[in-house]
Ligand binder design. Structure first.
Ligand code: F6R
Length: 369
């Protein structure tokens, strides 16, 4: 069933483009998002809510963190992510105007399920975003939007992550449409660009041979750091998680702005640091800041591995390795930037001779608390 691939994980990374395409399919008509799945929440539901809380664990929580930037920006509904296992142990404020969204690939994660039950008991409506038809979490939720990444077998989540971000963006655009918080022209522009993303992800996958060389060369690395800002920040966290999980290498993701508040002390000569760089074309605030972060760590001897828009001339002089991705809207950059990080983790684990589908100590679905 691996279809000629050496592992399920390799096959599933190759399916990243389809995960986005299949999750979009049938849900965009011209300049409109169509999500009949949400009808179960009631008429005009999205005009009446005042908060979105997304509960999730692990990779699903990182996709949620990407999603809330977009949901809040487009729909102006205050939105947060909370780790499911923290959520119900701190007496959170929940009202009937709070939408609790759970994000789960398996739909069986016990921590997330318990958070959903807790939210329901406390009077909130629950929406499940899930990759597994008929799983427990969607069955117990008021409504469900399925991601259509297809079955994910490898323990480390890859294609489901892209599908999760896709579903949250659809949700954000839908809520914006209902609430009138985004003009129709801008929405149309975003939706048009959204539909080009599967093809762009496919292009990014062409970096596999180069990343294999990089990983072979780095097989003895003991620690890798990841930096990002804004939607690039959860991508840094996700990149680090992938490496820990399957390559058993110490890895940490930081918000680049935190560097000078402590983590920069970790930088010593030769320390590899992935930096997720936003496109300079859309953004004259974040891009120069990231470039100066790159200069700061480079000056201390870091080995800079930059993921940036192809041809970004500001990054070139300071990066040891530049992984270029096609230009897109800032909100879609995470869907491109995460791909080389998935590939890096699998290539490094492979270089170390590890079983990438079955990492030690981990299970695909965590059905205990
Ligand atoms: C990471 C990974 C885990 C899961 C987490 C939630 O690669 O697989 O962090 O993302 O256990 O699982 P689901 O999405 O099934 O609730």
């Amino acid at each position: 069933e691996k279809g000629g691939w050496p592992s399920f994980m390799a096959k599933e990374i190759d399916e990243d483009p389809e995960a986005v395409a299949n999750t979009l399919r049938g849900r965009v008509q011209h300049d409109t998002v169509v999500l009949p799945d949400l009808d179960a929440l009631g008429d005009d539901y999205f005009t009446g809510i005042d908060r979105v809380v997304i509960v999730a664990c692990g990779t699903a929580a990182y996709s949620a963190q990407v999603g809330v930037y977009a949901i809040e920006e487009w729909s102006r509904i205050p939105s947060v992510v909370e780790l499911a296992h923290e959520f119900r142990y701190r007496n959170p404020v929940l009202t009937e105007r709070t939408l609790v969204v759970s994000m789960s690939q398996s739909g069986e994660t016990m921590d997330t399920l318990m958070a959903v039950r807790y939210a329901k008991e406390r009077g909130a409506k629950t929406l499940s975003i899930c990759n597994t038809q008929g799983a427990t979490i969607p069955r117990e939720s008021d409504a469900v939007v399925y991601t259509h990444a297809g079955p994910e077998v490898a323990v480390a989540s890859t294609k489901a992550f892209l599908a999760q971000i896709t579903a949250l963006y659809l949700l954000g655009l839908y809520a914006a449409q209902v609430r009138g918080t985004l003009d129709a022209e801008r929405r149309a522009e975003l939706l048009t660009e959204f539909q080009t993303i599967p093809e762009k992800v496919r292009t990014v996958l062409d970096v596999r041979p180069r990343i294999r060389e990089l990983a072979n060369w780095m097989a003895d690395t003991r620690s890798v750091l990841y930096l990002g800002r804004n939607v690039g920040y959860p991508i840094a966290l996700e990149g680090a998680l992938k490496l820990k999980e399957i390559a058993y290498i110490h890895a940490e993701g930081f918000a680049a702005g935190e560097l000078k508040h402590g983590p920069i002390a970790l930088i010593e000569p030769g320390q590899p640091v992935f930096v997720i760089v936003p496109s300079p074309r859309h953004d004259d605030t974040l891009h120069p800041k990231i470039v100066s972060n790159i200069q700061e760590i480079r000056a201390r001897g870091a080995r800079v591995l930059a993921i940036c828009e192809a041809g970004d001339a500001a990054v070139l002089p300071y990066a040891d390795e530049v992984i270029g991705v096609p230009p897109t809207e800032p909100f879609f950059e995470p869907l491109l930037a995460v791909v080389p990080l998935q590939v890096f983790a699998i290539e490094l684990a492979t270089a170390k001779g590890l079983d990438v589908d079955q990492p030690r100590n981990l299970a695909k679905s965590v059905t205990v608390e």
